[in-house]
Design a protein around this ligand. Sequence first.
Ligand code: GLU
Length: 286
Amino acid sequence: MDKEPYVGRFAPSPTGRLHAGSLAAALASYVDARAHGGTWLIRIEDVDIQRCSKESALSILDVLARLEMQSDAPVVWQTERFERYEAVLKELIENGMAYGCSCSRSEIQKANLALGREGMIYPGTCRAGVQGAARAIRFRTHDEPITVHDRWSFPFTQCVESEVGDFVIKRADGNWAYQLAVLVDDHDAGVTDVVRGADLIDNTPRQIQLLNALGWDVPRYMHIPLVLNDRQEKLSKQAGALALSDDLLEETERAWTHLGFERIGADRLSAFYPVAIEQWKEKFRI
Ligand code: GLU
């Protein structure tokens, strides 16, 4: 029987150094790809140019190299792909799936105080035609429930129009939104499997709606549990996440136990991965 194709990726946003949470995501995606005999890619999600830095990106790539996680193709940088995002945006606008919006934050606030999963739900003011000069571009959502069949946890269902609203795919300041960039990049790289942190499961129905609007395949998803700090917050630079120590073998063992496995107790990374891959195959019946 032919093996199903598998292309996975790790797609860090370089807003700081790699921490225990991003290491767990990197490890899960890497081991899942290797367990499937698939391809594994690295993409630097530096789309938000205000929050990202080249220095953080280089430090993340350096740690991944020291973790012996090699990308099977040259690293992709989102800042080199803006023309491609523009072309996809044009297609969405031409198909009536995206529209220009002139509303400011305070106008949205005045029109509708409904709070959704990501703050205010856009009341749809510019849906039937932009009221002034377009500032941002929004995606036209619908309310058919979208269910994410996750490989790690229970199915997750969301009605995007009423729970999130028409969301921004190109920001008023001209920056590309993560929602659009991530799926254009995954699609162009032929990604079949997205393995990432559970904080992003909430974004997934939005991304599935965009994929459907473009007529593109929906990948399989696995959202892994988040690593929390002592205050039960997601690790992030803002929450003061510590950079990894230099003992990357120990950090990897720790990330492995976070993923629900026993410590392997390997004496080097090259001995750790083959055991981890076998255990992963068994757990997820690959
Ligand atoms: N860039 C996102 C992050 O660092 C991950 C995006 C994804 O894996 O889809 O949180």
